[in-house]
Every structure is written in structure tokens, then in C-alpha cells.
Design a protein around this ligand. Sequence first.
Ligand code: UD1
Length: 320
Amino acid sequence: MAKRIIVTGGAGFIGSNIADELIRRGNEVVIIDSLVTGEKKNINPAAKFIKGDVRKPGDIGKCFGKKVDAILHIAGCASTIKSFDDPAADLNTNVLGTINIINAAVKHKVGRILYASSMTAYGVPEKIPVKEDFPTRPIAYYGITKYAGERYIMATGLREDLGFKMNTTAFRMFNVYGRRQSLTNPYQGVVSIFIGNAARGEGIKIFGDGEQSRDYVHISDVADAWAGAIDNPGSFGEVFNLGSGIRVSVNGLVAITLRSFGKDIKKYDVKYFPARPGDQRHMQADISKAKKMLKWAPKMKFEKGLQDVIDWAKELYKGE
Ligand code: UD1
């Protein structure tokens, strides 16, 4: 049944793609986004848009009016590096922003919240692939605030004093990539950073030895998981890894990216720099819980997903 859904961060890379999927499935969507990193052009014209900041309860209040069925809380500071540069800003947006969303949900009796958590919550896992019940010991300040937000959301789902049941779900997203991920913002995912570098003919910087690895999951699979979970009681009160289950090293990513651009890696300007603080070594999701309980499985093959982003980047830079 069509629902009225608030998507925070709905002008950003992940939020806008999820908003599109919800609208495609016939829902009414209200987007709140500060447009700090989100972009107006990403906003689905069928959505109601409120320019606002989750740090400000007054802005969040503007999203309500008609009854809201669910809130998808995706807005946040999504940068490990920035979290070290300005920990208070990261804390305010990711934790206080989440508390403000919870307060609004309680006030307006919204019975469903889904939260964008992060694989950074795991820190340095003892083994990979990681399962949802592995210890959470974030090593980046960003991971601490995303995990704190996750716990606030999940703990709210256990509250019996609210007078109504709030069903909560959190997704620990691994390295999401796809169209609309910034090709120019050095703080957004490495896939789009490298594609942007190659499309503009710039040098590629590898932090560390490049043998660190990540689990890259395509945005279409992520949007599918979120949209499908809203009405699925199997997801209530649960935390899920959203990854592809496959890991690729940063060196491997550079090689595939340059090959896809038809460039010779031996002649390309690829330089190594010291590893960044809070950088995890290897990450890989165990996605068996999401497969079983959400009846979800990633469909996009990495090479194909990467090629799609490359086609999009080439289109954007055509004629420049
Ligand atoms: C990323 C996101 C984080 C998200 C998490 C899970 C960023 C900055 N971080 O963390 O918000 O919660 O995934 O989805 O988007 N690297 C290079 N050269 C570059 C850029 C990156 O070598 O130019 C390396 C990094 O040091 C790291 C790896 O590539 O080892 C991945 O980096 P990145 O895409 O920034 O993401 P994570 O730090 O894994």
C-alpha cells in the first residue's frame, strides 16, 4: 500500500536513489536535505522537498502535517576524514541529528524508522566476512557517531513507554557506489573518486599500500533492500549488513577502473601516500542474514556496476 515516507538526506547520493525507488513503487515521499553535500538536481520532482537541517528540530517539524508512515534517516556527515578534522560537527549531525529525528517520530507517532548505519561500526574485525553479531569497535570517529545513532534508533524500538510500537531497522552499509556519487568530492567513496580522476585525466592517489580491501555494493541493490524492508516485519528490531559479500583491493580497483577507461596502468600517474587515520584494513560483509530475513540478494555484478558509473561520468564530462 502506498505510504507517506520522509527521507532525510534525500538529495544525497544514497538518499536520492532510495527516494526514487520509493516513488517508483508508488509512495509519497517528503525529502529533507540541507544541501550541504546533497544536490538539488538529485531531488525527484515527484517528492515534496524541504530544505532543512536535521540538527534543527524546527526544520524537521516542517516535514509533518499529514500522517507519516515511515522515516528513512539517511542524512549525515559521511566522511571519516572530516570526522577527525571536526569531531564536534560529525557528532552534532550524526548523533544529535538522529536524536532530533527520534524526538520528531515520537511526537508525531511514526511507527517505523529505518536508519543508515555503517560498516565502519565494526572497526578492525577479528575475521572477515563480518556478521552482524561481531563486536563493534569503531576506529574512526565517524564510525563511533554512526554506531551511536544506530543504537539510539534500535533502543527506541524497545521503548514501552511511548504508548505505541516503533519498529526500527538499521542497515550497516558497506561501500556503496553508483551514479550520483560525487566525482569531485574527495570525501565521498573511492569508486567515484577514481572514476572522476580517470575521466579528468588526473593522477590517482592511493592511501597506504593499496592492499586494503572493501566490499562494494551497488546503489540499486541498496535501494532495493531499503524499499523492500519498510513493510517487512522480519526486519523489525533488526540490524543488517548491506554489502555484496565480495571484497576488492584498492589496487585491484585502480586496475579495473583504468582498464575500463582503456588506459595503461603502467603509464598512468598512480602514487602512494601514507594511510589515512581510522582506515580499516579489510572489509567484507556476511550478507546471509539479509538474504534470509529480507529475502534480498545483491544483483549487480561489480564490473557491470562500475561500467555504468563510468558511462555516466563520460557523459558528464563529454564536451569539457
Ligand atoms: C566509506 C565511506 C563511509 C561509509 C563507509 C561504508 C567515505 C569517505 N567513507 O568508508 O562514509 O560509511 O564507506 O559504506 O566515503 N582511498 C584511496 N584513494 C582515494 C580515496 C580513498 O586510496 O583517493 C582508499 C581509502 O584510504 C580506503 C579505501 O580507499 O582505504 C576506501 O575509501 P573510501 O571510499 O573513502 O571509504 P571508507 O573509508 O571505506
